[in-house]
Design a protein around this ligand. Structure first.
Ligand code: G3P
Length: 226
């Protein structure tokens, strides 16, 4: 399972990209606004694109297909490898099917059910973004949707990549991998939390302490022989 970072924060993206564990970035209007409500979106997106050369999803804000297609043209003029992120609404599907005919990658976002994922796939979506955490927030089993989508995809031989979004903690990442998501897009915090284990820290501390003890012994015996 690939990992993307779900962020518009340059420092977070830079730090995680340097680890070599992510192959893309997903953004949305809320993430961009959270960084700076007056952010120059084009500039920020191109900055992110320079930092992480792989996948970059950029979301449209129109709610009609023509507006979405106009925005997609603008974004593709910024950089032609952009993935156009489109909401899971009827007008969105119209835009996705047009973009798919033109060979443009799309990421259908705000998917909360297998039926929505199926419709997005059939419209030609490259990625279907299933929001796990927001389902958990309202007492639904978000991970079950990932499992159901995977099962349907395998039975039917469908092509859209299953992108697990709205990830809240490291166990979501593990469960997404077990459920067969192709990608999990995660905020900075769960990515960094997933690297940690107390036994790693205590094990490293004792390796270093033993090494230091050994160095001290070597120094002591070289002093006594001189
Ligand atoms: O990028 C979309 C998605 O990951 C949003 O997550 O935490 O706002 O539910 P969240």
């Amino acid at each position: 399972m690939e990992l993307y970072i779900d962020s518009a924060n340059i420092n977070e993206i830079r730090e995680v990209a340097a680890l070599g564990i992510i192959s893309g970035v997903t953004t949305n209007p809320s993430l961009l606004a959270r960084e700076d409500p007056k952010v120059n979106v084009r500039q920020r997106i191109l900055e992110i694109h320079t930092l992480v050369g792989g996948h970059l999803s950029v979301e449209v804000i129109s709610t009609d297909a023509d507006g979405m297609l106009r925005e997609a043209d603008e974004i593709l003029a910024w950089f032609p490898e952009a993935t156009i992120k489109i909401p899971m609404i009827a007008e969105g599907l119209k835009a996705v099917s047009k973009l798919s005919e033109q060979g443009v990658d799309t990421n259908v976002t705000l998917i909360f059910s297998p039926a929505q994922a199926l419709a997005a796939n059939n419209a030609g979506a490259t990625y279907v973004s299933v929001f796990v955490g927001r389902l958990d927030d309202i007492s639904f089993d978000g991970m079950q949707v990932i499992r159901d989508v995977r099962e349907i995809w395998d039975i039917q031989g469908l092509n859209s990549l299953i992108l697990a979004a709205s990830i809240r903690h490291p166990m979501h990442i593990v469960e997404c991998a077990k459920a067969g998501a192709d990608i999990a897009t995660c905020p900075y915090k769960p990515i960094m939390q997933s690297l940690k284990h107390p036994l790693t820290d205590s094990g490293l501390a004792s390796f270093l302490a033993d090494h230091q003890k050994m160095q001290a012994e070597i120094k002591k015996s070289s002093l006594s022989t001189n």
